[in-house]
Design a protein around this ligand. Structure first.
Ligand SMILES: O=c1ccn([C@@H]2O[C@H](COP(=O)(O)OP(=O)(O)O[C@H]3O[C@H](CO)[C@@H](O)[C@H](O)[C@H]3O)[C@@H](O)[C@H]2O)c(=O)[nH]1
Ligand SMILES: [Mn+2]
Length: 751
């Protein structure tokens, strides 16, 4: 194979991969759908609304400042829904007294915040966001007085949380914090604290729903399965205390912006046309602008929702407890009760104990949940002992938790992983896309944190690709629909697309360095350029439409590349995948500052040396190839007739270099205070890239010679020699007499 063939075969393979990916994505966008709920009509239809358990998970008081968790919790406690039908559970994987302290303070504030929100029908019920807009009312009105009082109270709350940060004397004096003494985030026993329980439970609108803080046991040598583990503990504790048929999962950094979010979700669950195949979960389209590169949310979600149902994206999602407990649609009768087969299968207490673990109380509550029966009236405090038991590190040993029930464990992308399992059982799901979005997040700014997050997503997706849920095999065994299966194939293998992308970015440079052709000539080049141009404009439009900058593309490309490396190490058994919690920025609380677009993350603690490597390498290779072309090959006398590389390849190189230049420019020209810190990673990646470049460039020996094994050959383009006379400097002479064989020949100079 000559150089041209290598380049063309590579180009063909890369193009084939892109086309396959494009087909997968096109399949997603064919039939977009979303649900439009009418919450006002809900009361006419349903007189006894079902209960809902709301889960918030947090893991690290430093990367997830408690004031963020407080705002999330307050936005949920104040939703428009009967408070006696709600309960809020916060799981703290950081076992932080500061988080617990902040939540206790938040409850005191909630006692005035919830009535205020309901009295004045406040829109956004996360106080930090609400107080960003000035009061629109006459100075001395009752509302304006209440507003000013609430704002002062919220500022007091924020101040208390800030003062308590890094100052443990706030907790030391209080016996309630005893459980936190001598604990480490990675080494402590289970803590369950009922911050507030609504003992009366008569459904007064002004009440604060029950509110519980939990932190499961941890030991350094035990795997705890990150968010999935935390969610399963939340399911168990809530099962013991309230056992609501529906559960809402919200990340600590995502607050509800719509007071009717719960009622809207119930509109879908309680649809009259409900059949056993009805919705397993309702996912909200969360505000993805801040999330940046998460394009799935912004336009693919609706597409998937039109097939078998939206994908669960980890936050802003309402689940049904029965489905999470492993039910199949066939297990449910048309009227919602369990089928007789399922009842027989599940009623044996032994089976349930094998699935749900040894806690008798939990087994009983699971049996009730499966039959849609409520827990008998019970004090929360009476369940603390049982709740502590189900938080034990050994509790899930030899049970179905994380395998067939609850959030699944075999990928750090637990949301998609769990969602595949639900759809594989034949359930459908729904999507609500309200404008403005009903849940909004504080997502990482563009920069290393975003790359780390993207790398985690991609590694998790690849983990699914190789686990037992893999879409590669799933299609043949499960009840998943064909196009839904293609969606999961596209999600789980999308990061593999970064490899052909990498090769493609290097291909024009390779051709220039080896003087071979990549693009066709003449008319064909024109056609080619038209298609490439159209594709570039289309891709740009796709990025710009949801209001993103092209900058967002890089974390996705780079994170995907690194995830391939991660998963290879995992498959070889060299390392394990880790869930690094994304750093959250504290929301602005000052009046007048607004929730603007994400900023570059210059205060990140993530060292971005390695993340800059692909960009630096690609840029250097392309610049080096261009320099070689301009200087070594003399651009202006270079003739395309030789069949080697020409202006088209050089333009390709320039295009690629221009794509990557902003990434590096952005990092080097970052805020001045960050520049010194940036310089070190940049110089390191420069040197790493230079050594890689050195190994990629053609051999640095005499330009006339190439080596293969031990032998030396003239560097001749054999296929271009033809039959015409070709002048040479040397000739091979071997003499022979008639009838005899040739003597040993030798190469002699011509003069
Ligand atoms: O050991 C852990 C790690 C994380 N979390 C919580 O999980 C949530 C998500 O973590 P975050 O760092 O914010 O990740 P994101 O990338 O923003 O989250 C998206 O992607 C994750 C999967 O990678 C999903 O778990 C999330 O729901 C989804 O919003 C947060 O509330 C964390 O507190 C835990 O409770 N325990
Ligand atoms: Mn998050």
């Amino acid at each position: 194979m000559n150089q041209n063939d290598i380049a063309w075969v590579m180009a063909f393979l890369c193009e084939s991969c892109f086309s396959f990916m494009w087909l997968l994505v096109t399949n997603v966008t064919w039939s977009p759908a979303e649900h439009k709920p009418y919450p006002d009509r809900l009361d006419e239809r349903v007189h006894d609304l079902p209960s809902l358990d709301m889960f918030v998970s947090t893991a690290d008081p430093v990367r997830e400042p408690p004031i963020i968790v407080v705002n999330t919790v307050l936005s949920l406690l104040a939703v428009n829904y009967p408070p006696n039908k709600l309960a809020c559970y916060v799981s703290d994987d950081g076992c932080s007294p500061l988080t617990y302290f902040s939540l206790k303070e938040a409850f005191k504030f909630a006692k005035i915040w919830v009535p205020f929100c309901k009295k004045y029908n406040v829109g956004v019920r996360a106080p930090f966001k609400y107080f960003l807009s000035p009061v629109v009312s006459s100075e001395d009105s009752e509302f304006s007085n209440d507003w000013n009082m609430m704002k002062r109270e919220y500022e007091n709350l924020s101040q208390k949380v800030e003062d308590a940060t890094g100052d443990s004397h706030w907790f030391d004096a209080d016996d309630d914090f005893e459980a936190f003494s001598n604990t480490k985030p990675t080494d402590h026993s289970t803590i369950v604290k009922v911050i507030w329980e609504n003992k009366g439970g008569v459904g007064n609108e002004q009440e604060v729903p029950p509110f519980v803080y939990i932190s499961r046991e941890k030991q350094p040598s035990y795997v705890h399965h990150y968010k999935a583990g935390a969610m399963n503990f939340l399911v168990r504790v809530s099962g013991l205390m309230t056992n609501a048929p529906y559960m809402l999962d919200v990340d600590c950094d995502m607050y509800a912006t719509d007071a009717d979010a719960v009622r809207k979700a119930m509109c879908i669950f309680l649809e009259e046309s409900m059949n056993p195949n009805h919705c397993a979960f309702v996912q909200y389209v969360c505000d993805s602008k801040a999330e940046g590169f998460n394009l799935l949310q912004s336009f693919l979600e609706r597409g998937v929702a039109g097939i078998q149902g939206s994908v669960y994206t980890g936050s802003g999602c309402f689940h049904t407890r029965r489905v999470m407990y492993g039910l199949y649609p066939d297990d449910v009768e048309d009227n919602g009760s369990l089928s007789s087969v399922a009842t027989r299968k599940l009623s044996a207490e032994k089976t349930l104990a094998e699935m749900f673990g040894i806690s008798k109380e939990l087994v009983k509550s699971a049996a009730r949940a499966l039959q849609r029966k409520a827990n008998p009236q019970n004090n929360f405090t009476n369940s603390i002992e049982a709740a502590t038991e189900v938080g034990n590190i050994h509790y899930e040993y030899q049970t179905s938790w994380g395998k067939t029930i609850g959030w699944l464990y075999d990928s750090i992308l637990e949301d998609v992983n769990t969602c595949i399992a639900i759809h594989s059982r034949g359930w459908t799901s729904s999507l609500i896309s309200s404008d403005p979005p009903s849940f909004k997040g504080c997502m990482p700014p563009i920069g290393p944190e975003a790359m780390l997050q993207k790398q985690r997503f991609s590694t998790g997706a690849l983990e699914i690709f190789f686990n037992k849920q893999s879409p590669l095999i799933g299609m043949f065994q499960q009840k998943i629909r064909l196009r839904q299966w293609l969606v999961y194939l596209s999600i789980t293998m999308s990061s593999l697309g970064s490899l052909p992308m990498l090769f493609y970015c290097l291909l024009p440079a390779y051709c220039l360095l080896h003087d071979s052709t990549l693009f066709p000539k003449g008319l064909w080049l024109g056609i080619n350029l038209t298609f490439v141009g159209m594709h570039c404009i289309y891709t740009l439009w796709k990025f710009m439409r949801p209001g993103l900058s092209v900058d967002f593309w890089y974390p996705s490309f780079c994170g995907s590349l690194f995830s391939i490396f991660d998963i290879t190490l995992k498959l070889l058994g060299i390392s394990k995948t880790v869930f690094v919690v994304t750093k959250k920025t504290v929301p602005a609380t000052k009046l007048g500052s607004k929730d603007g677009p994400p900023q570059r993350g210059d205060d990140s603690q993530v060292d971005d040396t390695l993340y800059l490597l692909p960009a630096t390498f690609i840029l250097l290779v392309n610049v080096a190839a261009l320099a070689d072309y301009l200087v070594g090959q003399q651009l202006w006398s270079h003739s395309d007739q030789r069949g080697g590389s020409g202006l088209a390849e050089a333009s390709g190189c320039t295009f690629v270099a221009m794509l990557f230049l902003p990434v590096l420019k952005g990092r080097v020209l970052a805020a001045p205070k960050a520049r010194d810190r940036r310089f070190k990673p940049l110089s390191l990646s420069l040197s790493l890239s230079l050594s890689l470049l050195h190994s990629m460039a053609p051999s640095a020996q005499s330009p006339l010679l190439t080596s293969e094994g031990d032998e030396k050959y003239a560097n001749v383009k054999w296929e271009e020699l033809g039959f015409a006379l070709t002048p040479t400097d040397y000739m091979y002479v071997a003499k022979c007499k008639q009838g005899e064989s040739f003597s040993q020949g030798k190469v002699v100079p011509l003069w």
